[in-house]
Write a protein that binds this ligand. Structure first.
Ligand code: WT7
Length: 658
């Protein structure tokens, strides 16, 4: 049974345990009141929360400004600073409380109180200023999952610089694209990182990226994470600690307008290169703050572990910003879940007394394979809430997580959202009755509906486009440097901004059941979801055709037990290039490595099929649905009469894959 089929037949409901009901701040009544208030006064609801939850240096008087729709501004005459809200405001009451517990790949542990984090962030903020960085400048952060990554982000926020974190697994080429698109003045990196006992070079990729471009980058700050020496370019590269020498532990945070961009984060779309999703300051932080409270019941006494890397939006909202804004303790981990063995996550939950644990379905499925015996060796009794994100969770994995990790005691909070939404959009509260595989209902103040392709409403159990009808504070503000793409991608429906509506089109298909619960079915565009990471088919195709031996390529996904989706590539080689049995294996490896070099290891195709032509219609359009069928190794039952040359399918029928 496929994952989608198993979701479609799932009907169990799990009520919150009495323990959960007694423990959490928000009960069903207070949640109902929030929904009621939000539906009566959308802007007032968010504005009141913004006043209650955040500290403003200049209070706002305007809630929502939609005069430039579909660009929406929230709290736009107010001023605040994110770093002040995440750190300084807690100093009076909890300066000695732990902000960050860090466990390194080798198991060594480091801890930072709020006061220590404050001092480090201030020192680094002063360092950035001394290196010529000012409000509005772009700074690219390419770091391992270490506290210095969060310190760098917070320091940027403190001085009003706009950071763009690039996941350390992306290649030098991808890094260069992002540095150039953002017009970054400075790059912050580490000599290397450590993952699963291996050293991951990072500075080397920065050097490669800057060799062929990124001329606007004036300085590279290098944190020495390992003992490996890296070449330092005189005048450009500076050691983190050398740059910090003599810097004060105090920095007066720069108050910025609520709409000032806090960060850019690049994410794949169905066309072109990854786009720089631009987020705001006040609106972003508000949703980051409240969703940590609503979905995770996060408070003072919690140790919150979100396993996401800061290179992804989850690591922004649920590691670097949201939990600190709430004043909780976060756990950060440099390594991988299977090193030194597949009990690492569970051992760490035990050792650090983790109360809230948030991870991706792909990680759960991977660890599930090792059996329940591993987690049962550890004391997981402190856990009280579990979360998942990134892709639909199949009920089998949900039940395992619920029983074996949560001891049938902790709610599993399946959170649906996107890089562009900034924070959770559809998710249960801890007391919400849960249906495995469903992300439950849209949050208060989030107006989600299912529409058909023309924008018409659909009924219960009818699959269609997931659309958000009203603007919300943490929504994407723009695609950096590409206003047209912003409008085309997210507001493609006719009259999408008429009558005060937004009709923000998410790119997922979904349906709502009779209880109003949402069930996400997957992307409707050419975006793949591999291990919860988003990749554009076109990006991978462009990488493949850039290889000298490749003439044409088409990429589709096929279901994968652990990754959710696996990448299947169909490749036509240039004439004269042989792909006989004997050479095929080497060629497959060569192309996979090539894609890793062009994009990053996460984009490597799992299988590569070779043929002399791709199946195209007479007008030259590649018929992807046929390729999908072939990728699954299934019989083609579809009508192939529109194909220019139906015989091309024959050659792809025998999978020539790994
Ligand atoms: C896409 C967004 C949100 C942070 C991680 C991914 C899929 C995300 C869920 C979920 C079903 C999900 C959607 C979405 N997705 N969460 N709980 N259930 N699908 O962020 O890279 O921007 O990808 O991930 O398809 O559109 P992203």
């Amino acid at each position: 049974m496929s994952k989608i089929e198993s979701i479609l037949t799932e009907s169990r409901v799990f009520e919150a345990s009495e323990n959960t009901q007694n423990q959490v701040a928000l009960n069903a009544t207070s949640i109902a009141q929030m929904y009621e208030k939000a539906s009566k006064d959308h802007v007032g609801f968010w504005s009141d929360l913004a006043r209650e939850k955040l500290v403003w240096s200049t209070p706002f008087t305007v809630g929502l400004d939609d005069s430039n729709a579909p660009h929406f501004e929230w709290f736009s005459d107010g001023e605040l600073n994110v770093s002040y809200n995440c750190i300084d405001r807690h100093l009076a009451t909890k300066s000695d409380k732990l902000a960050i517990i860090f466990e390194a790949d080798d198991g060594s542990v480091d801890r930072y109180t709020y006061k220590e984090l404050h001092d480090q962030v201030c020192r680094f903020a002063n360092t950035l200023v001394s290196q010529g960085i000012q409000k509005g400048d772009r700074v690219v952060i390419y770091m391992p999952m270490i506290p210095q990554a969060v310190i760098a982000m917070q320091a940027c926020a403190r001085i009003g610089a706009i950071h763009s974190v690039v996941f350390g697994g992306f290649s030098a080429e991808s890094l260069r694209d992002r540095i150039e698109n953002a017009g970054a003045k400075l790059v912050i990196t580490a000599n290397a990182g450590r993952r699963g006992g291996k050293t991951i070079p990072l500075k080397q990729a920065v050097d490669e990226a800057l060799e062929k471009g990124g001329d606007h980058v004036r300085k590279v700050i290098v944190f020495k994470r390992t003992n490996d020496d890296v070449p330092m370019q005189a005048g450009r590269d500076i050691d983190w600690y050398d740059a910090e020498a003599g810097m004060s532990n105090y920095h007066d945070p720069v108050m910025v307008n609520s709409e000032h961009p806090l960060f850019l984060l690049y994410t794949s779309g169905s066309t072109g290169k990854p786009k720089g999703v631009q987020h705001s300051t006040g609106g972003y932080l508000l949703n980051a703050h409240v969703t940590n409270e609503w979905m995770f019941d996060l408070s003072d006494n919690d140790v919150f572990w979100c396993t996401a890397d800061v290179g992804w939006i989850t690591g922004h909202t649920y590691v670097a910003y949201g939990p600190l804004s709430v004043g909780a303790t976060i756990l950060m981990f440099e390594g991988v879940p299977t090193y030194p063995d597949a009990g690492r996550f569970w051992k760490m939950c035990q050792d650090h007394g983790v109360t809230i644990f948030y991870t991706a379905p792909t990680a759960i499925r991977a660890l599930m394979k090792f059996g329940a015996e591993l987690p049962s060796q550890y004391d997981l009794s402190k856990l009280r809430i579990l979360g998942t994100v990134g892709e639909p969770i199949n009920p089998e994995a949900w039940i395992w997580y619920y029983n074996e990790i949560g001891g049938a005691r902790c709610p599993v909070i399946d959170t649906w959202w996107q890089t562009e939404t900034g924070a959770h959009m559809i998710a249960p509260f801890p007391v919400t009755p849960l249906k495995p595989g469903s992300c439950a209902k849209a949050l208060p103040g989030i107006d989600a509906v299912i529409l058909d392709e023309e924008g018409g409403a659909l009924g219960t159990d009818e699959g269609g486009l997931l659309v958000i009808k009203k603007p919300w504070p943490s929504m994407i503000r723009n695609v950096w440097g590409d206003e047209a793409r912003y409008q085309q991608t997210y507001f493609p429906l006719k009259d999408s901004v008429a009558g005060g509506e937004t009709l923000y089109v998410v790119g997922d298909s979904a349906y709502q059941d009779k209880d109003g619960y949402f069930w996400i079915l997957g992307r409707v565009d050419d975006v793949l979801n591999v291990s919860g990471h988003r990749l554009g088919t076109m990006e991978i195709e462009s990488a493949l055709v850039a290889h000298p031996k490749v003439a044409e390529a088409a990429v589709v996904s096929r279901p994968d037990d652990i990754k959710g989706e696996a990448i299947s590539a169909f490749v036509v080689l240039n004439t004269g290039i042989s792909h006989d049995e004997t050479e095929r294996e080497a060629l497959v490896q060569e192309l996979r490595e090539w894609v890793a070099k062009e994009i990053g290891a996460i984009a490597k195709p799992s299988d590569i099929h070779f043929g002399s032509n791709l199946p195209k219609t007479r007008s030259g359009k590649i018929m992807r649905r046929l390729l999908k069928t072939l990728a699954r190794g299934e019989e083609i039952l579809q009508d192939t009469s529109t194909l220019e040359d139906p015989s091309v399918l024959e050659q792809f029928k025998k999978p020539k894959s790994l």
